[in-house]
Write a protein that binds this ligand. Sequence first.
Ligand code: DU
Ligand code: SF4
Length: 213
Amino acid sequence: LRLTELAGRIVGCTACPRLVAARRAVDPTGGYWARPVPGFGDPRARIHLLGLATAPHGGNRVGRAFTGNPSADTLVAALHRTGLANQATSQHSDDGLRLHGAWMASAVRCPPPEHRPTRAERDACLGWLTEEVAALRELRVVVCLGRLAWEAACDWAGLRPRPAFGHGAEHRTDAGPVLLGCYHPSPQNTRSGRLTPAMLDDVLLRARALARD
Ligand code: DU
Ligand code: SF4
C-alpha cells in the first residue's frame, strides 16, 4: 500500500524542469508514458537492482522500470536464470513479469539527455530512492548497475569518500543494505564482452547469498 501510494507521488513529480521537457521531447509518437517511472517488483524484495536513469525509449516509453529495451532484456534474462523473475523478457507493462524477492528502479526516474543527469537532478531524485528503499522493509542488497548508479547509492548511503566501483565490489553500509557493484547490462557492455551472462549471473547469485544472511 505504501509503495503504491509512493508510486503515485513519483509519477506526478515535476521537480526537474529540464527532465520534464526531456521525457516528452524524445517521444516521436505521442504515445509514450513520458512521466517519471517508479520502481517495480516484489514489495518484500531483499535485492534491489539500481540503474542510473530511465531509458528514453525503454521505461519512458512503457512506464515500467527496466522494460522495453535491450538492457532490460539482458537484466531480466539474468534475473530469470537466477530465480529472481518468472520470465526471461521484459517488453511491456502488462507482459506478466513478476519478480521474486527483487525490485528494479533507477536513481533518476526521468530520461536525461545523453543519459547524463546533472548533479542537481540526481540529488533531487535521490529523495524518491530514499523513500522507496525505506518502504522496502526486507531490503538487504543494492546491486548497482554501473559506476553512476554506484555513486548514487554511495551518496544515498552517505559514504564519504565513496568506495571504489568495480564488477563484484561490495560495501556494507550503516544505512542497512550491502552495495554490490555490477557492470551495466547495456548493449555496449554485452556486445564488447565486458559483461558476459556468466558475470551477471555471478553478481546476482552473490546478491542472493548476501540476501540470505
Ligand atoms: O497486485 P499485484 O501488483 O499483482 O501484486 C500482488 C502480490 O504480488 C503482492 O504481494 C506483490 C507481489 N508482486 C511480486 O511478488 N512481484 C512482482 O513483480 C509484482 C508483485
Ligand atoms: Fe522528479 Fe526524479 Fe523526474 Fe526529477 S528526475 S522530475 S526528481 S522523478
